[in-house]
Design a protein around this ligand. Structure first.
Ligand code: ADP
Length: 227
């Protein structure tokens, strides 16, 4: 297994109230799976994705990545873990406005020990892969939403992460650009990438190999697509 969550719980506590965002979640993902996560607003999808991305910590339970327990690691070790293993794609692209597309992509390689020539190669490969190479010197504001999301995918894949986490990657795109983004994610998955994607689109969820539905902080359905 690439990832294994067991008995994951996430409580938010304030002085007056306690909200249980995730209850007793058991979930595992194999290398090269493409999993879509669905569920109504407030059901716990963001909390779930944040825990998978190690941006948030569970209140209790175990999260193992390649057999290694992550919940006991300190923040610095986790940051190094994220850089090496995870790629993130967001609904709002999250590109840095005053950096060119190629510089935005290069940022994902910061603090990694990769020689300069190899960096160039990797960045060129990532841009080619999403069809954005001709926009390398442009700034995000000069690109359409679809192009910005493709650049953000290049940033997510340039470090060759073991897991790609996508939070409603087509949520801000029109149908045509959304389909292009899904085509790219499917192609990456066909090439072996492991992807976990939150989506509100049943059509896009159907393109993944497995669909998981969350309701009130629990996994209520997990179905694999027919081959
Ligand atoms: P979704 O992404 O499916 O909309 P979330 O994971 O954002 O759901 O939220 C799950 C539940 O946890 C909701 O009831 C939400 O109000 C609560 N929640 C999320 N973040 C916090 C927080 N920082 N403090 C308190 N409650 C939170």
């Amino acid at each position: 297994m690439l990832i294994e969550l067991s008995h994951i719980q996430r409580l938010y506590r304030s002085e007056e109230v306690e909200t249980s965002a995730l209850h007793d979640i058991d979930f595992s993902v194999k290398t090269s799976e493409f999993v879509a996560i669905m569920g109504p607003s407030g059901c716990g999808k963001s909390t779930f994705l944040n825990i998978l991305g190690t941006i948030d910590r569970p209140t209790s339970g175990s999260y193992r990545f390649e057999e290694k327990e992550l919940t006991t690691l300190n923040e610095a070790t986790l940051a190094a873990f994220r850089r090496e293993n995870l790629g993130y794609i967001f609904q709002n692209f999250n590109l840095i406005d005053d950096l060119t597309i190629e510089r935005n992509i290069e940022l994902a390689l910061t603090y990694r020990n990769i020689p300069k020539s190899q960096r160039r190669e990797r960045i060129a490969w990532a841009m080619d892969h999403v069809g954005i190479a001709h926009r390398a010197k442009h700034y995000p504001s000069q690109l359409s939403g679809g192009q910005q999301q493709r650049a953000a995918i290049a940033r997510a894949i340039v470090g060759k992460p073991k897991l790609i986490l996508a939070d409603e990657p087509t949520g801000n795109l029109d149908t045509e650009n959304g389909s292009q983004v899904m085509d790219i994610l499917q192609r990456l998955n066909d090439e072996g990438a492991t992807i976990i994607m939150v989506t509100h689109s049943p059509g896009h969820a159907d393109l993944a190999g497995r669909r998981v539905d969350i309701l009130d902080g629990r996994i209520v359905l997990s179905v694999s697509a027919a081959l």
